[in-house]
Design a binder for this molecule. Structure first.
Ligand code: SF4
Length: 402
């Protein structure tokens, strides 16, 4: 499919909307009352620090809702106002936050059901309104919805669209896009749908394997087994790694994306010589500012003396996991939770260790004076962070007073 031509024609369709509907003022007030927090504002005003009793909370200096997420949620609210009687669907979670998604359900916005691992779009009728979430949707999904003559409200973050444009450029020049991301993540699925040839690498270790293959060759079957779910159809590592361009899932660890970019730059330089580099390697900066700011703030925070970290965000939120990774790399006990409900009475906590399943632990808050670092992923409203902090104060017998 000519994805570029399709996008152009979609964007000019009267059924396609990617700007709001003029209800910003009402929606802003509604969002503020539902998701903002006086306590968090107070902590911001006091240098991101709050002490009550034995507990000092240290908030990261950048955390929580990014503008791309705020924009997507606001557009979803506006869509409900603008189409009060139509059936409205979202192709996926609007953002990776359970409370925000639940709020949409309460507003009678449906999520496309997933049956045996596949989305069932048969529930959508012509004339229904379908919202594409902040991390986008695949070109095939857009085409299907367009064919069904749905009204499409596209909240895809412009940073994500920028990556799509990058892989389109690779495709035009017959470069293979090496995408630093998670092959199952919705954003990476969407990005790869706009790419020509592509290979998705999860981390520097996988990238090193590919770089080694480029330089020395290797066992093609082993390569394909390793990346069986992470390549374009009919990918051939012996043919398709002669010209590569770098792209990324916007929420991956920034330093790792940079490392991977540099690795392939060095690899192509070694293989083809510095004068041929531009014919074999392309890289554009597609790391999103918000991800970068949150990661930088976290890197600053973990330099301080913290007894533990609480990282708040949806369990399928990639940028939250990256924040958790930073704390773990520094050897700080770090707990990833998605809401205050995970904190039970009697000093019990249900949390998700990095790469593991939910577990319950006892006595997670140490006795005596403690400093608790707190951050949250780009899909987490301040209100959720406030609830977590209040629960921690409550457990330690301190009351948060604003
Ligand atoms: S994290 Fe970045 S790419 Fe993702 S929605 Fe926010 S601003 Fe956009």
């Amino acid at each position: 499919m000519d994805t570029k031509a399709f996008k152009r024609s979609l964007h000019s369709s009267e059924n396609y909307h990617r700007k709001g509907f003029g209800h910003e003022a009402e929606v802003t007030t509604q969002l503020e009352s539902e998701y903002q927090s006086n306590l968090i504002q107070e902590i911001r005003n006091h240098n991101y620090r709050l002490q009550r009793g034995d507990v000092t909370i240290r908030l990261a200096e950048a955390f929580g809702f990014c503008w791309g997420v705020e924009r997507a949620v606001a557009m979803a609210y506006e869509t409900r106002q603008h189409f009060p009687n139509e059936r409205i669907w979202v192709t996926n979670e609007i953002i990776h936050n359970p409370s925000v998604n639940q709020r949409l359900v309460d507003m009678n916005v449906g999520f496309i059901p997933v049956e045996q691992g596949e989305k069932n779009f048969s529930v959508v009728d012509s004339g229904d309104v379908v919202i594409l979430p902040a991390f986008g949707a695949s070109v095939q999904e857009m085409q299907l919805l367009n064919d069904k003559q749905c009204k499409i409200v596209d909240t895809t973050c412009p940073w994500v669209s920028k990556v799509w444009n990058t892989v389109e450029k690779h495709k035009k020049k017959d470069y293979t896009s090496i995408i630093h991301g998670k092959y199952k993540h919705e954003e990476t699925i969407a990005t790869s749908s706009f790419a020509g040839k592509y290979l998705i690498v999860l981390n520097i270790k996988e990238a090193e394997y590919v770089a080694e293959y480029i330089l020395k060759g290797g066992d093609c079957n082993e390569f394909m087994a390793k990346f069986s779910r992470a390549t374009s159809p009919e990918f051939d590592p012996d043919q398709d790694l002669e010209r590569v361009g770098i792209a990324n899932q916007t929420t991956m660890l920034k330093s790792e994306t940079e490392q991977i970019g540099k690795l392939f730059e060095r690899t192509m330089m070694k293989k083809y010589g510095p004068d041929q580099l531009n014919n074999h390697f392309h890289s554009f900066n597609t790391i999103c500012d918000a991800t970068q700011e949150r990661q930088d703030a976290m890197l600053g925070l973990v330099e301080e003396k913290l007894d533990l970290m609480v990282v708040i965000g949806g369990f399928n939120s990639s940028n939250t996991t990256q924040l958790q990774q930073i704390a773990i790399d520094r050897g700080i006990p770090s707990y990833h939770i998605d809401s205050a409900e995970r904190i039970g009475s009697g000093n019990r906590l249900e949390h998700k260790p990095l790469g593991g399943d939910l577990i319950v632990i006892e006595n997670w808050l140490p006795a005596g004076e403690i400093v608790v670092g707190v951050t949250s992923g780009a899909s987490t409203p301040d209100k959720v962070v406030e609830d977590v902090i209040e629960k921690i104060f409550e457990l330690k017998g301190a009351v948060a007073v604003v």
